[in-house]
Ligand binder design. Structure first.
Ligand SMILES: O=C(O)CCC(=O)C(=O)O
Ligand SMILES: [Fe+2]
Length: 280
């Protein structure tokens, strides 16, 4: 796992946690805010894409593409601020194998799996899926174009400070299919991104992910490697990470909303810190 600083329960956090298809208006459900209220963005993602900054990192069963950066600095900043203030955030708590888990970061997600047919009932889902807000759909389209892969979900993490983390895991759930491509965009403060091989402990990688960077994990990377953003005791600036994925079926939608939205309150930024918002 990620070392001594990791809270023991953090180690048990499941790895689980992204529609080019337009999602129809979704009926409101209790406990979910009105997503039509997500404000539009003043920036134009398409104009903020930096070209020709991609490097392929292929070492046996490790298959990465690192865009450093993918977004121009001003666009990365504007997107960070917009995500932080416009999106509903959650701090999901759940019980697994008899242990209470408090997710050590804030999360949110948008999207619906590929099996969903527009017009069919959404009641089969454990939690109502939410349409991808326009600025994030524009971003998803650019990431899709640059990486040559399709995505239908965005999973978004907010690491408020060094106590926030994601433990070693791989995004290898069956509902992603074999050899999934997962693209991961960093915004805000820099954080270390660690990778280690599942079978060969000598094989390790470390990347300092900075604002605007996009790292893409492809091929057998999820099957053979783990990745983590460990806790830090040194001062780190708040960071947002957006991952792009393609869930093939309902299991993906149910899993992603369970672990990234859950049933608790929405959190918003109040005086620079995330706070639960009363009444939501
Ligand atoms: O924050 C990051 O860079 C990694 C996030 C991640 O691995 C995940 O959400 O599955
Ligand atoms: Fe991951």
């Amino acid at each position: 796992m990620t070392g001594k600083r990791q809270a023991p329960t953090d180690c048990l956090e499941p790895s689980s946690k992204l529609a080019r298809v337009a999602i129809p208006a979704i009926e409101r459900s209790k406990g979910l805010p009105d997503y039509d209220d997500i404000p539009p963005a003043s920036f134009d993602i398409a104009k903020g894409i930096r070209q020709n900054h991609a490097r392929a990192i292929k070492k046996g069963d490790l298959d990465l593409v690192y865009f450093k950066p993918f977004l121009a600095s001003a666009t990365a900043k504007a997107l960070y601020q917009w995500c932080l203030t416009a999106l509903p955030w959650y701090k999901v708590q759940y019980r697994t194998r008899g242990i209470d888990i408090d997710t050590p970061r804030f999360t949110t997600t948008f999207g619906i799996d590929q099996a969903f047919k527009p017009g069919s009932s959404l009641s089969v889902y454990e939690r109502k899926p939410r349409p991808i807000p326009a600025p994030l759909q524009a971003l998803l389209d650019q990431v899709s174009q640059a990486t040559g892969a399709d995505y239908n979900f965005l999973l978004i993490n907010f690491y408020q400070d060094g106590t926030n983390s994601i433990t070693y895991h791989s995004d290898d759930e069956k509902f992603l299919g074999p050899l999934p491509t997962i693209a991961s965009l960093s915004l805000g403060g820099s954080r270390d991104f660690l990778m280690k091989h599942k079978e060969d402990p000598k094989r390790k990688e470390k990347f300092l992910l900075e604002a605007g960077d996009l790292i893409v994990m492809r091929g057998s990377t999820q099957a053979k490697w783990l990745h983590a953003v460990p806790k830090r005791t040194s001062t780190v600036q708040p960071r947002i990470n957006i991952t792009f994925r393609k869930a093939l079926n309902i299991a993906g939608t149910n899993n992603y909303y369970k672990y990234n939205v859950g049933d608790g309150p929405v959190h918003k930024l109040v005086n620079g810190r995330m706070q639960p918002v009363a009444g939501t």
